[in-house]
Design a protein around this ligand. Structure first.
Ligand SMILES: Cc1cc2nc3c(=O)[nH]c(=O)nc-3n(C[C@H](O)[C@H](O)[C@H](O)COP(=O)(O)OP(=O)(O)OC[C@H]3O[C@@H](n4cnc5c(N)ncnc54)[C@H](O)[C@@H]3O)c2cc1C
Length: 399
C-alpha cells in the first residue's frame, strides 16, 4: 500500500478562512479590511446590499472623509434645530459638518471595496447556527436552494442586534433593551435641504424624533423609542405627532406619498468582550453605536475595517492581533459609552418638563460641545466647560 499522503492525516482545509454573518456596514467593512488573499464568505439574509434601509444615515463629514466614503454618498447638513414641547435651540453648523449618507450607495461602496478579493457574497442566505470541531467552525446557512455547511477558521458576528452567531453558540443573547425606530420618507416639498430637526418631549418620550433631508429630495421623519422603558409603539407616536400640529411649528412638510423604513438598535451598556476564541463580534452585535443618539454606521465601518486587518494578522500566526483589536475598541468606546449610557438612561426617564429644561441647557452649548455630546465623546475638558457654563447660568439666575 502506498504511504498515506501527509495531507490525509491533517484535518480537511477549511472551506474559507473567515465566515462573516451579516452584510451591513460592519460585515462589509471586515471583508474590506481582510488581506485580498484571505478566503472569506459573507452570509447576508437580505436579497440586496443596502436594501431595505433600516437606518437614517446621519454621520459626520470628517469621519466620512477619513473612512474614504465617496462624495456622491454624502449630503451636507448646515443647520440643526432642536425642539421640546415649549422650547427650541438653533445651531448653524460651521465646523462639525453633519452629513446624511445615501445609505444604499454607502453600503454598496463598502461592498465594492472587497471586489477582487477572495470573497463570496451570499445574498438571501440566512445563517442558522454553528458547531465547533477542533480548530474549525462548521456553520449552517440556508438559501432558497436549500441548506449548506461552511467550514471556517474564524466566525465574525456582524448580524446587528440579532447577535445571530453569538446567540446560536450560547455566547451572548440579543439585548433586551433596544431602540425601535420608524421612519416615514417623503418628498421635501421646498423645505431647506440642509436643515436637520431633532425633537424631544411628549411625542418621543424615552427616546427622540428626527427629520433628516436626504440628498435625493426626500425627508426622513423618524421616531424611536426605547423598549422596554416605553410600552408605546413608534407608529402610534408617529401618528400622534402628525396629528398634533407640531410639523407646522417645526417648519416641516406633511407626508404625501411615502415609504416606511423601520429598524432596531441595541441599547445596552458597552461590553468590552468582543473576542471569544475564533468567534468575534463587531458593529451593533457588539453594541458599538453611540449611546446618546444611536449613531453606529461610522463606528461599524472603522471597527470592521480594523477587525479585518487584525484577522489577516491572526491568520498569519500573530496570536496577539485580535486581543489588541479588542483593547483598541475598549479604549475608543468603553469610558465614553459609560457616560453616554448613563445619559441615555437618565434621558429615557425624562418627562416633557425635563425636556424643556434640557433644551434650555442645550441652547447654551457651543457647536463643539453639542457635537461631542451627540458623538458620546465625554472628554474631561469638555465636561468641565459644560458644568462651568451650567453653574454660571444658575448664578446668573437663568434656569
Ligand atoms: C431607526 C434607526 C435609525 C438609525 N439612524 C442612524 C443614523 O442616523 N446614523 C448612524 O450612524 N446610525 C444610525 N442607526 C444605527 C445604525 O443603523 C447601526 O449602528 C448600523 O447599521 C450597524 O451596522 P451593523 O453592520 O453592525 O448592523 P446592521 O446594519 O444591522 O447589519 C446587519 C445585517 O445582518 C443581517 N443579518 C442579521 N441576522 C442574520 C442572519 N442570521 N443571517 C444572515 N444575515 C443576517 C441583517 O439583515 C442586516 O442587514 C440607526 C438605527 C436605527 C434602528
Amino acid at each position: 500500500m502506498p504511504p498515506a499522503s501527509p495531507d490525509a492525516t491533517r484535518p480537511p482545509r477549511p472551506e474559507c478562512d473567515v465566515l462573516i454573518v451579516g452584510g451591513g456596514p460592519a460585515g462589509l467593512s471586515v471583508a474590506a479590511g481582510l488581506p485580498p488573499q484571505v478566503r472569506c464568505v459573507i452570509a447576508h439574509q437580505d436579497k440586496a446590499i443596502g436594501l431595505p434601509v433600516r437606518t437614517s444615515g446621519v454621520s459626520w463629514l470628517s469621519d466620512a472623509k477619513a473612512l474614504g466614503l465617496p462624495d456622491h454618498c454624502l449630503h451636507p447638513i448646515h443647520r440643526t434645530d432642536i425642539y421640546s414641547d415649549n422650547e427650541s435651540a438653533h445651531f448653524e453648523i460651521r465646523r462639525r459638518t453633519v452629513v446624511a449618507l445615501d445609505v444604499t450607495q454607502t453600503y454598496r461602496h463598502l461592498a465594492s471595496l472587497s471586489d477582487g478579493h477572495d470573497r463570496q457574497l451570499l445574498l438571501a442566505t440566512k445563517y442558522l447556527g454553528s458547531r465547533q470541531d477542533g480548530a474549525r467552525i462548521i456553520s449552517r446557512l440556508r438559501a432558497k436552494d436549500g441548506e449548506r455547511e461552511v467550514t471556517s477558521r474564524y466566525l465574525v458576528d456582524a448580524s446587528g442586534w440579532h447577535c445571530a452567531a453569538l446567540n446560536a453558540l450560547g455566547l451572548a443573547s440579543p439585548p433586551e433593551r433596544r431602540a425601535v425606530g420608524i421612519e416615514y420618507e417623503y418628498p421635501l416639498q421646498g423645505m431647506d435641504p440642509h436643515r436637520v430637526v431633532l425633537f424631544f418631549g411628549r411625542h418621543a418620550l424615552s427616546a427622540y424624533g428626527w427629520a433628516l433631508p436626504t440628498g435625493q429630495g426626500t425627508l426622513r421623519l423618524g421616531i424611536g423609542i426605547i423598549q422596554p422603558d416605553s410600552a408605546e409603539s413608534p407608529k402610534a407616536l408617529m401618528e400622534g405627532f402628525l396629528a398634533s400640529g407640531e410639523l407646522e411649528r417645526m417648519g416641516l412638510p406633511r407626508p404625501t406619498e411615502m415609504h416606511v423604513n423601520a429598524g432596531i438598535l441595541p441599547s445596552a451598556p458597552y461590553d468590552p468582550r468582543l473576542v471569544f476564541g475564533p468567534v468575534v463580534r463587531v458593529g451593533d452585535s457588539a453594541n458599538m453605536a453611540t449611546p446618546t443618539l444611536g449613531e453606529g454606521i461610522r463606528t461599524a465601518i472603522a471597527s470592521g475595517k480594523a477587525l479585518g486587518k487584525a484577522l489577516g494578522k491572526a491568520l498569519d500566526g500573530d496570536a496577539a492581533a485580535l486581543g489588541k483589536w479588542e483593547r483598541d475598541c475598549a479604549r475608543r468606546y468603553a469610558r465614553n459609552y459609560r457616560f453616554g449610557y448613563l445619559t441615555n438612561q437618565r434621558a429615557a426617564a425624562y418627562g416633557p418638563e425635563d425636556w424643556d429644561r434640557a433644551v434650555r441647557r442645550i441652547r447654551r452649548l457651543g457647536e463643539d460641545e453639542l457635537a461631542a455630546a451627540f458623538r458620546s465623546e465625554f472628554t474631561l475638558p469638555m465636561m468641565a466647560r459644560t458644568l462651568a457654563k451650567s453653574a454660571w447660568s444658575k448664578l446668573a439666575g437663568r434656569s
